[in-house]
Design a protein around this ligand. Structure first.
Ligand code: HH2
Length: 289
């Protein structure tokens, strides 16, 4: 399978790593760490050196209770970083719900629109559908970030998320968007309790039924804190385990903060699964130790 994006056709035969670049003061895991354009671009360069296959730039936190950001502020955060990131040789995604930001980013040459609202904002479907080739990630969320953890009830969470994502993909297909441009995401932690997130992981292959590749983001999220008792800054091992479990259960792309560590883990996971390890070193005597 490939993911068709503005400039790159991303081969999904091996799992891909999307590196997170939050140009925000308040993101849940790294708020303020890359809040200026210079810091954020340096972070983009670092993630590419570490092996990121895709960069995902966001200018608005979606953590529970996050304050909304105006279009003007989001544009001022995202566009300067996007401009630089587009020169780094990897596909660049923009994490936004706002059609104005989507259009401006696509006009600059962004490869992918990553929308946690799955293009439900008025004008968002058109912003993507009117572009000839950009990729899009449609994510499931129950409620809105300000209140999404308030009242969380599902009958069958996997069936409900699958049906929602299939319907959002159909809305794009009805506007003549090529299926190869579309990727789906169950939205780990977005209007879901830990039990819902874990059920989505255990039964993740059911989410493949609509026929689109899956992107998942477990990195540093609170369900990992529930499982391990660890604070957000101490969830690296848990995040890697979740990323491996996700690719093992059919995810094509993992969205992560810790790119270098995830790339290493996936290299070993892949060598255990496939007989095509990417290095000739496997045919030489191993160095000691
Ligand atoms: N998670 C976050 C943001 N955007 N997009 C997709 N497709 N899938 C996700 O799971 C996802 C996402 C939240 O993580 P982060 O960007 O680190 O935090 P914040 O929203 O606080 O900036």
């Amino acid at each position: 399978m490939i993911w068709q994006t503005t400039r790159h056709a991303i081969d999904l035969a091996r799992p891909r790593v999307m590196g997170i670049v939050n140009v925000t003061p308040d993101s849940f895991a790294d708020g303020g760490a890359h809040a200026t354009a210079t810091q954020a671009l340096a972070h983009c360069e670092r993630l590419v050196r570490e092996g990121a296959d895709i960069l995902d730039i966001g200018g608005e936190s979606s953590r529970p209770g996050a304050l909304p950001v105006s279009v003007a502020d989001e544009l001022a955060r995202v566009l300067p970083v996007l401009r630089g990131a587009l020169t780094l040789g990897v596909p660049v995604s923009v994490d936004t719900c706002k059609p104005e930001v989507m259009r401006a980013a696509l006009a600059l040459g962004a490869d992918i629109v990553n929308d946690i609202l799955a293009l439900q904002a008025p004008g968002a479907l058109d912003a993507v559908a009117s572009h000839p080739t950009c990729g899009v990630c449609l994510m499931h969320m129950r409620g809105v970030p300000g209140s999404m953890q308030g009242d969380v009830r599902y009958g069958d969470v996997v069936a409900e998320v699958t049906a929602f994502l299939a319907a959002r993909a159909k809305a794009l297909r009805d506007r003549a968007v090529d299926a190869r441009r579309i990727v789906l995401d169950p939205g780990i932690g977005f209007g879901k309790l830990a039990g819902h997130n874990l059920e989505l992981l255990r039964r993740q292959r059911e989410l493949l039924a609509p026929g689109y590749p899956l992107l998942v983001g477990w990195s540093r999220k609170s369900t990992l804190g529930v499982l391990t008792g660890k604070a957000v800054g101490d969830r690296l091992a848990a995040s890697i385990a979740a990323a491996l479990a996700a690719v093992d259960n059919g995810a094509a792309i993992v969205r992560v903060h810790d790119v270098a560590e995830t790339v290493d883990a996936l290299e070993v996971w892949r060598a255990a699964r496939d007989n095509d390890a990417s290095t000739d070193a496997v045919h030489e005597p191993p160095p000691y130790p």
